[in-house]
Design a protein around this ligand. Structure first.
Ligand code: MUC
Ligand code: MG
Length: 364
C-alpha cells in the first residue's frame, strides 16, 4: 500500500520541495502465520531516483510478489536471488521485500534483525538533522532549539537550489551562528558543475564546514576525484554510489573520501553490507544515509548500520521526525543526539492499523 504522510514543514532540496512523504509499506504474510513488514520510500516521486512510489507498488504487485509466493521465507538469500533473476534494478522495491523477509525471520527466531546480520556492535546511532526550510533565520532557530533539547548536534544543509553565492552565504551564516557547538555539512544533490564546486567548496572549507556531499552529477567521478584531491574537507558520494561495483570504481579513482550508504540504493540490507565492505576495505569512511523513510525503513537501516564495524560519520536516520505522524505503535526513540536500535524480535516495530487506514492512499 502507499501511505502519504505530511511533513512538519516544507523540505527544500536541489531537485524538489517536499510537503508530504509517500511510503510504500509491504506486509509479507508467511504460511506459518508470521508477518514481516518493509518500506520503500523515494524522495519527491521520481526526482531523486529511478523508482516512484507508484512504480514500486506496481512492480511488486505484478512481478516481485508473485515470484516470492510459494518460496521458503526462511531462506532470504535464495528469495533475493529469485528477485534478482525476476527483475533488474528496482532496488527500492527489493529493499522493502528483503526488509519484510528479515523482519519475519527475526520474529520467527525471536531475535532482532541486527542479530540475523551477525550482531550489533553499537546500540545507539548518532543522528543528524537536515535544515532545509529554505530560510536562513528559520534554519538557525530550528538548529538552536534542537541543540537545546539535545536531539541533534550535527546539521546537514540542503543546497544547490539557489545561486551558488546565495547558497554559500546561507551556509556560512548558519555555521557562524552555531560555531563550535555543532557540526555543519552540506548536500548539493549533484547541482553544481566542477568550476562552481571548486569556488564554493573553497569558501565552505574556509568557514568550517565539515563535509561536502555529492557536489557534482553522479557520473562525474573524475571531477569528484579532482575535488577530493584538492580540498581537505571530505567529499562524500551519495547518488554516485549504489552498489559494490560503484564503490570499487570510486575507490579506484579516489572520487570520494566518504560513502553514503542507503538500503534503498543497495537493494536491501545485505547489499548495503557488501557496498560498505568495499568502501571500508578501500579506506573510505562510511555514513548511514536515508531516503527520508518513515519508521519502518529507518529502523531497518538502523539494524544494519548498527552492525558495521566502522561508521565514522554516524547517520542521518531522522526521517520519522520529519513527519507529522507515524504508522507504528512504538515510535523510534531519539534522545541525546542518537537513535536507539531496537532489541526486540525482527525490526522491533508494530504497525498501527488505525493510522494505516487513515493515511493509506485510496485504491492502494
Ligand atoms: C539525500 O540526498 O541525502 C537525506 C537527508 C535529506 O534531507 O535528504 C536526504 C537525501
Ligand atoms: Mg544526499
Amino acid at each position: 500500500m502507499i501511505v502519504d504522510l505530511p511533513t512538519i514543514r516544507a523540505h527544500q532540496l536541489a531537485m524538489t520541495v517536499m510537503n508530504t512523504q509517500s511510503m510504500v509499506i509491504v506486509r509479507l504474510r508467511c504460511s506459518d502465520g508470521i508477518e514481516g513488514i518493509g518500506e520503500a520510500t523515494t524522495i519527491g516521486g521520481l526526482s531523486y531516483g529511478e523508482e516512484s512510489p507508484e512504480s514500486i507498488k506496481l512492480n511488486i504487485d505484478t512481478y516481485l510478489a508473485p515470484a516470492l509466493i510459494g518460496r521458503d521465507a526462511t531462506n532470504i538469500h535464495a528469495a533475493m536471488a529469485k528477485l534478482a533473476y525476476t527483475a533488474r534494478g528496482n532496488t527500492f522495491a527489493k529493499s522493502a521485500l528483503e526488509t519484510a523477509l528479515l523482519d519475519a525471520q527475526g520474529k520467527r527466531l525471536g531475535v532482532p534483525v541486527s542479530t540475523l546480520l551477525g550482531g550489533a556492535v553499537r546500540d545507539r546511532l548518532p543522528v543528524l538533522w537536515t535544515l532545509a526550510s529554505g530560510d536562513t533565520q528559520r534554519d538557525i532557530a530550528e538548529a538552536e532549539s534542537l541543540l537545546e533539547s539535545r536531539r541533534h548536534n550535527t546539521f546537514k544543509l540542503k543546497i544547490g537550489r539557489r545561486a551558488v553565492a546565495d547558497d554559500v552565504a546561507h551556509v556560512c551564516a548558519i555555521k557562524r551562528a552555531l560555531g563550535d557547538r555543532a557540526r555543519v555539512t552540506v548536500d548539493v544533490n549533484q547541482a553544481w558543475n566542477e568550476a562552481e564546486a571548486a569556488g564554493a567548496i573553497a569558501q565552505l572549507e574556509a568557514n568550517g564546514v565539515d563535509l561536502i556531499e555529492q557536489p557534482l552529477p553522479r557520473a562525474h567521478l573524475a571531477g569528484m576525484a579532482r575535488l577530493a584531491a584538492r580540498f581537505v574537507v571530505p567529499i562524500m558520494a551519495d547518488e554516485a554510489v549504489h552498489s559494490p561495483e560503484d564503490a570499487l570504481e570510486i575507490a579506484r579513482l579516489g572520487a570520494a573520501d566518504v560513502l553514503a550508504l542507503k538500503i534503498a540504493k543497495s537493494g536491501g540490507l545485505f547489499g548495503l553490507v557488501r557496498t560498505a565492505a568495499v568502501g571500508d576495505a578501500a579506506g573510505m569512511a562510511l555514513y548511514g544515509g536515508t531516503m527520508l523513510e518513515g519508521s519502518v525503513g529507518s529502523i531497518a537501516s538502523a539494524h544494519v548500520f548498527a552492525t558495521l564495524p566502522r561508521l565514522a560519520w554516524g547517520t542521518e536516520l531522522f526521517g520519522p521526525l520529519l513527519l507529522t505522524d507515524d504508522i507504528v505503535v512504538n515510535r523510534p526513540e531519539f534522545r541525546d543526539f542518537a537513535l536507539t536500535v531496537p532489541t526486540t524480535p525482527g525490526l522491533g516495530l508494530e504497525l498501527d492499523d488505525d493510522k494505516l487506514k487513515h493515511y493509506r492512499r485510496q485504491g492502494t
